[in-house]
Design a protein around this ligand. Structure first.
Ligand code: NAP
Length: 250
């Protein structure tokens, strides 16, 4: 078994309070990383930090801010800079899903979804890259989606926001490669989290039926791939989008 050791690595995960972000936090804690966990609910983040510190003996800091707002991201990173002058890994995971058929889409849905899922990736990467470059490099892992690659009915807004994350990943990987900052993405398929619990039982089953492996993915399945992209096992990998979807065919 390959063991990933991230001792002394400083890792910021956005949207870490539950779902895929919380699973990433757990995997990184098991690998010994120093954690900075973001979300909007400081109580939840403090509780998760306490749990991970207790279980894995790691340093964990709650870093609550709203990733959808440029000023809040700036303040969040100022706070981070007070805690550490070094950042090795950023996982841009925070995201929302607010589906509607195109005729029903409101400007507010478009603005919230793109601000949370897409603008946040640029703002967080901007500050993170500066910190990473100070210490010789780092790894940015963006959580995109299969919907950003193949699209889906009722998901023009969400799919657009995630396709943009893939475009950002590809461009940043080229821009930051010379300073040894790698930028990759994962594109999860259908993963069992609060986000997918929003579906009706019929839609849920329809999605499961479209997965070649015949089962829904777990948040830790995604976290394992994020961990690989964050670690030195992928030291020569940049500008890639890895599907974590059990062979999903939408
Ligand atoms: P989830 O269980 O709903 O968790 C979303 C996380 O994002 C929560 O921690 C939430 O924290 C945080 N968040 C939302 N808006 C935020 C904001 N403005 N500022 C800071 N944090 C914010 O969702 P998930 O399924 O784990 O999804 C994680 C990522 O994977 C998302 O980008 C999603 O699009 C992507 N993804 C998921 C699936 C799937 O099947 N589940 C498939 C493909 C891609 P608070 O609400 O506490 O702030």
């Amino acid at each position: 078994m390959i063991e990933i050791n991230l001792t002394d690595k400083h890792v910021l995960i956005t949207g870490a309070s539950r779902g895929i972000g919380a699973a990433c936090a757990k995997s990184f804690a098991a690998a010994g990383a120093i954690l900075y966990l973001n979300g909007r609910d400081s109580d939840k983040l403090n509780a998760l930090c306490a749990e991970l510190s207790e279980e894995y003996g790691v340093n964990c800091h709650a870093l609550p801010f709203d990733v959808s707002k440029a000023d809040d991201v700036k303040q969040g990173f100022q706070q981070l800079f007070k805690l550490t002058k070094k950042l090795d890994v950023l996982v841009n995971n925070a995201g929302i899903l607010d589906d509607a058929l195109v005729g029903m889409v409101t400007p507010q849905q478009v603005e919230n979804t793109f601000a949370t899922n897409t603008h946040s990736v640029i703002y967080c990467s901007q500050y993170a890259a500066r910190l990473m470059q100070r210490s010789g490099g780092g790894s940015i892992v963006n959580v995109a989606s299969i919907i950003g690659r193949v699209g889906n009915v009722g998901q023009a807004v969400y799919g657009g926001s995630k396709a943009a994350v893939i475009g950002i990943t590809l461009s940043l990987s080229k821009e930051l490669a010379a300073t040894n900052v790698r930028v990759n993405a994962v594109a999860p398929g259908f993963i069992d989290t609060d986000m997918t619990k929003q579906l009706t039982p019929e839609k849920y089953q329809e999605r499961v039926n479209s997965i070649a492996m015949g089962r829904v993915g777990t948040a830790s399945n995604v976290a394992d791939t994020v961990l690989f992209l964050a670690s030195d096992l992928s030291v020569y990998v940049t500008g890639q989008v890895i599907g974590v979807d059990g062979g999903m065919l939408i």
